[in-house]
Design a protein around this ligand. Structure first.
Ligand code: SF4
Length: 280
């Protein structure tokens, strides 16, 4: 049987900055004796990742001696910028630029942010390398069955038929327990806590797809995190001149910030997030 971690054609390894995709990168390095010449590892920064995530991406590159390309969305041609740990956006600049260009706020129905900030940004990067077809390795585990089934059924990206989606961890039967055990044995780790296998502050800090109770708990722990989200909801956008919300079916971020200031423990560990493809 073919090793799901073997790389034998142009391959883009999507590193979200979480433990699972970092583990995938490590497995790929082991299986291929390092990073093959026609493979690239990419981290697409939205500007709303917490600092610990940025440090973790940097640390993986340094500990494993692997180049990781830090990419950011830009609204004007060529549509992306290559940055690094020192120059990466930390104030949501790429995300805000997308919102201003599109003139609407992403929401659970018309998400757009994952695709524009991450998926298409990586596509632009590899196309600039001259690639016309490639494998896209993503860090989805065997225990994430809903996502596995959906991606397998599609086979390629929603954005490009040139890209074949590969889930080496799912193919190898890797579960969250394997990933946790791996990181417990490493000399460095992502400095973000997990609850029931979920990294609460992973991806964009207050992503609107995170459960409301989780966002409240995060705002309570770090009230300043809400400021950017509140500001985005107060923008005068063509789609909603008087302001819009990331979640029409819930409170605004300004309301969440008020609730968080008033209440004590609001995190409901059983509350389920909406699945997104930003990855862990
Ligand atoms: S983490 Fe959430 S807000 Fe950020 S790009 Fe992904 S879906 Fe959008």
């Amino acid at each position: 049987m073919r090793d799901p971690c073997a790389i034998d054609q142009p391959t883009c390894i999507s590193f979200s900055g979480g433990r699972t995709s970092a583990y995938m990168l490590w497995r790929l390095l082991q299986a291929n004796g390092g990073l093959p010449a026609d493979a690239v590892a990419c981290f697409a920064n939205t500007g709303k990742e917490v600092e610990a995530t940025l440090r973790f991406v940097r640390d993986c590159a340094e500990h494993w001696h692997v180049p990781i390309h830090w990419l950011e969305y830009r609204p004007d041609a060529p549509g992306l910028a290559v940055v690094d740990f020192a120059t990466a956006s930390r104030e949501g600049e790429p995300f805000e630029a997308l919102i201003r260009k599109r003139q609407y706020l992403p929401n659970p129905v018309a998400r757009g942010c994952t695709v524009s900030l991450k998926v298409r940004t990586m596509h632009k990067f590899v196309r600039a390398l001259g690639w016309t077809e490639w494998d896209q390795f993503i860090g989805i585990r065997a225990d994430e069955q809903r996502r596995v089934v959906k991606i397998r059924a599609r086979g390629h990206s929603t954005e490009s038929v040139s890209e074949t989606m590969c889930m080496p961890l799912a193919e190898a039967g890797v579960t969250v327990h394997d990933v946790t055990a791996f990181w417990q044995a490493q000399p460095f780790d992502l400095e973000l806590r997990t609850v029931n296998g979920r990294t609460l502050e992973g991806n964009c800090d207050l992503c609107f797809l995170k459960p409301r109770g989780q966002r409240l708990a995060l705002i309570k722990a770090r009230p300043e995190a809400a400021v950017w989200w509140i500001r985005m909801e107060s923008l005068n956008l063509a789609s909603k001149p008087s302001g819009a919300r990331f979640r029409a079916d819930g409170p605004s971020y300004a309301d969440l910030a008020r609730f968080a200031a008033d209440q004590r423990d609001l995190f409901d560990g059983a509350d389920e997030p909406i699945a997104c493809f930003c990855g862990d």
